[in-house]
Write a protein that binds this ligand. Structure first.
Ligand code: HEM
Length: 485
């Protein structure tokens, strides 16, 4: 082949010029990207959103995540609802997320959640803003204050049983527990008593919840659109309610101020006498609390009712504990804070249920600055996602994780779970401030259920799926019989 031959010139050009440039590009690209976590971006825009939403709806989401971990390890990237996301798994990852200050992670929710719940809701805020709003909410949700409301919760539970359980042979547990916990929240958080206004809010809040993890496409008839419209209507109702409460406080100040969370927040002032929370902050946070509070607790109580129907030994121990407390009360006497302190076994049962089936499946943070974890770079602007079930069902931490064992959480158990492994209520500065509220309403409800009724499951399929909260396919129907007094 002559040196002037065009084929020779072309080959020479390839070897001497193009190949070195190609190799240079490849290696540079490798250097820039080699530390990004493994995983694929999936479909344009949608990424893996449809696949994970489908896994939740078929109750295979835990398996979906476990397969990711098997394939890519504890750190992997994917695209969720249009945002580059890194999925982190393990106790060390939980610790990293819960203990890192506001400079690495912001508690920004997916766009759909932010638009529905409002920009000023506590889950969107960081640093001092978060501290201020959280401080306001905790001033009502702390045990010293909530202990004064045990009687009010007791009355709500009894009213509920009177209206929806007594005189019935069959009930659907899941919708009823939603009604009950929603009514408790209505009474203690926003202070709306029974009536048409409450009934409208129940429906609107269900639309809000349905849209939270939906694909954020705002077209008529999408879930997201229905949720946004419901959120606007709830806001209008709460604005009106705040106006009424202010008016009532002017008339009979002290009484009206101590009725519920909103009234309590309306009275709290900063040192310079300015109001602690603006009306918009009050509204956004009342919505968050109503959503965060009623759906989670109703799921927990429903799981307990299912377990008590299926496990005679756990049922017998819970019943014995509750009957002893019932025996110590006069007819009609309300439960007290001290009674709840005696319900230790019942609460351990609840905690073990939260371990195996945490109502909150996964949580998110936004990455504020590039950081390195397990040898990978997680870039600023990405979203971090983690799931409580991943450590709570890890056999290295909780041996035989699929076995229900309420003794795991006994103080004297041989090895209590290590920190950041049981995270059903989250952790760190953002740990659920409603855990005490949830404990009270759960214990009061179970007390009256086991002492006043017996029940058995009346449907073969009592399975559930996630939407994103657990939903029982048939609402968990049960046959009930009242106990003789
Ligand atoms: C069984 C019941 C409940 C469970 C399992 C639960 C679970 C959780 C979890 C896991 C978080 C943290 C999420 C994260 O880190 O991103 C959280 C936060 C929160 N929960 Fe709960 N929750 C329950 C009941 C309640 C109740 C009854 C209320 C209100 C009365 C409530 C109010 C809140 C609020 C306001 C936050 C946000 C805290 C912050 O960002 O500082 N929760 N909850």
């Amino acid at each position: 082949m002559s040196m002037n031959n065009p084929a020779y010139i072309f080959t020479f050009f390839l070897l001497i010029v193009v190949l070195p440039i190609y190799l240079l590009l490849i290696t540079t690209r490798k250097t820039n990207y080699k530390k990004l976590p493994p995983g694929s971006w999936g479909l344009p825009f949608l990424g893996q959103s449809l696949s994970i939403v489908h896994a939740m709806r078929t109750n295979t989401a835990e398996r979906w995540l476990q397969e990711r971990v098997r394939k890519y390890g504890p750190v992997s990237k994917f695209n969720f609802l249009g945002t580059p996301t890194v999925f982190l798994h393990g106790q060390a990852a939980n610790k990293l997320i819960y203990t890192n200050g506001g400079d690495t992670f912001a508690n920004q929710q997916p766009n759909s959640v932010r638009r529905i719940m409002g920009e000023r809701n506590i889950m969107e805020l960081s640093g001092n803003e978060h501290k201020r709003v959280r401080g306001g909410l905790v001033s009502f949700l702390k045990p010293e204050v909530l202990k004064l409301y045990v009687g009010k919760m007791d009355e709500e539970v009894r009213k509920h049983l009177e209206m929806h359980w007594h005189g019935k042979e069959q009930v659907q547990v899941m919708p009823l527990m939603k009604t009950l916990t929603f009514n408790i929240m209505n009474s203690l958080i926003i202070g709306i008593e029974q009536g048409a206004r409450r009934d409208t809010l129940v429906e609107l809040f269900q639309h809000i919840i349905d849209g939270l993890l939906s694909i954020p496409v705002n077209l008529p008839f999408t879930r997201f659109n229905r949720s946004l419209r419901a959120s606007a209507k709830v806001r209008a109702t709460l604005r009106e309610l705040i106006r009424e409460k202010r008016e009532a406080m002017k008339q009979h100040s002290a009484d009206a101020a101590n009725q519920d969370l909103i009234s309590c927040l309306l009275t709290i002032r900063n040192e310079d006498n300015s109001i602690l929370l603006s009306d918009e902050e009050l509204i956004d946070n009342a919505i968050v609390i109503m959503v965060a509070g009623h759906d989670t607790s109703s799921v927990l109580i429903t799981f307990i009712i299912r377990l008590l129907a299926n496990d005679p030994s756990v049922y017998a121990t819970v019943l014995q504990e509750q009957e002893e407390i019932a025996k110590s009360k006069a007819p009609g006497e309300l439960l007290t804070w001290e009674d709840l302190a005696k319900m230790k076994y019942t609460w351990r049962v609840a905690i073990e249920i939260l371990r195996m089936t945490p109502p909150v499946f996964c949580s998110f943070r936004t990455v504020l600055r590039d950081f390195e974890y397990e040898g990978y770079i997680i870039p600023k602007g990405w979203q971090v996602m983690w799931a409580a079930c991943m450590t709570q069902m890890d056999e290295k931490i909780f041996p035989d994780p699929s076995k229900f064992d309420a003794t795991r959480f006994e103080k004297q158990a041989p090895s209590p779970p290590p920190p950041f492994s049981f995270v059903a209520f989250g952790g760190g500065s953002r740990m659920c401030p409603g855990n005490e509220f949830a404990r009270i309403e759960t214990l009061v409800t179970i007390h009256y259920l086991v002492t006043k009724f017996t029940w058995k499951l009346s449907c073969r399929d009592n399975s559930f799926f996630r939407d994103p909260m657990p939903v029982f396919k048939h609402g968990l129907p049960i046959q009930i019989k009242p106990k003789k007094d």
